[in-house]
Design a protein around this ligand. Sequence first.
Ligand SMILES: NC(=O)c1ccc[n+]([C@@H]2O[C@H](COP(=O)([O-])OP(=O)(O)OC[C@H]3O[C@@H](n4cnc5c(N)ncnc54)[C@H](OP(=O)(O)O)[C@@H]3O)[C@@H](O)[C@H]2O)c1
Length: 416
Amino acid sequence: MSAFAPFSGLTLQSTKDHNFRQLLSSHFINHVQVSTVPYAIPFLSVNVPFRVNSRKLKPITVSAASTIESPKISFRGKNPKDINVLVVGSTGYIGKFVVKELINRGFNVIAIAREKSGIKGKNSKDDTLEQLNGANVCFSDVTNLESLEKSVENLGVPIDVVVSCLASRNGGVKDSWLIDYEATKNSLVAGKKFGASHFVLLSAICVQKPLLEFQRAKLKFEAELMKEAEVDDGFTYSIVRPTAFFKSLGGQVELVKDGKPYVMFGDGKLCACKPISEQDLASFIADCVLKEDKINQVLPIGGPGKALTPLEQAEILFKLVGKEPKFLKVPIEIMDFAIGLLDFLVKIFPSLEDAAEFGKIGRYYAAESMLVWDPETGEYNADATPSYGKDTLEDFFQKVLKEGMAGQELGEQTIF
Ligand SMILES: NC(=O)c1ccc[n+]([C@@H]2O[C@H](COP(=O)([O-])OP(=O)(O)OC[C@H]3O[C@@H](n4cnc5c(N)ncnc54)[C@H](OP(=O)(O)O)[C@@H]3O)[C@@H](O)[C@H]2O)c1
């Protein structure tokens, strides 16, 4: 069988025939950083000038087995060092940890990144290479299928698994569709084209009750991913739907430390979650690469311990700082009023579309639990929300009290 999977359910936008020898003889690997040692890729049976910068990157190695086995059926039987995992969204809050975890487990990680990555593009190429040390970093554009395919093609190695941690950095309407749907789909199309037979998607538990554009965009991609596994029986997926991240719950730690009240909506019990740390979630996502019980599953996942309401989170925090609890309870109706006003204004000023969406996002997280939704009872169910890992919110609060929120910054609209 061919090392590259044929297409089934997806529309391929590039019709180019891929001749690896031809490509490799022209511009092989633009940005995977390189040494001058000629590097033999048995898969291609040619010597390729694969220059590896040994300080930051380990060379991509492709076992000879790749020449005769299709990764579609064989990658799970291979040694992790012979499994090529393409990670998109590698520079995000979760993506960075996923890259590290996969490297620690011995996988051959190819991390796709932008030349300016991170919140507001604050990281240079060198920062990114440092941050993703141990991965083969490939600078490319996931929003452009043709250039993504070209970049993957230029790697000259087959892909076994794609892991997507892509997400809109601001949750705006157009950006959500561009990233949570289109760019994520591009990574599926490009990954499959070069052999990927498994796709691990970082999604979100809140897509169960979709009221926001980014949730609709994610759901559309989830549906297409599942369809792909239906029409191609050699292809599998794992859809990971985590509850709240620590970064989303740490915003008030320093305020409370400074003696300010903890702000909450309603009675502080409108919503609950089982917060999960970056490391624990990265470990769960890495499990999805090989574990058979994660194949073709939608996997809601939370951190250890019981579900916590904002009121309970605040109580943990006040106990840690040793201060008498002090709350500022804001009626949720205030948000409804603001959203109603923005929805009205957006009809006159379409440019307010994202502002209206951010209001809805804020309202959603103020009132909806990040737990498994039971359609039969019409309620969230904490017991049905699986727990994983060992890092607790209390540990996280303690760390922030000592070290501050560095590394826990929210995205560009301070919502995610
Ligand atoms: N916050 C929560 O509590 C929570 C809870 C459950 C689930 N989730 C979900 O978890 C997922 C990941 O979250 P996260 O916090 O890790 O995301 P993040 O830190 O915002 O990272 C987003 C990633 O996507 C990339 N990206 C965004 N726009 C791009 C563009 N135009 N071109 C190329 N790459 C682009 C970013 O690259 P750059 O670094 O180059 O920008 C980054 O690698 C999201 O789907 C979110 O909905 C979040």
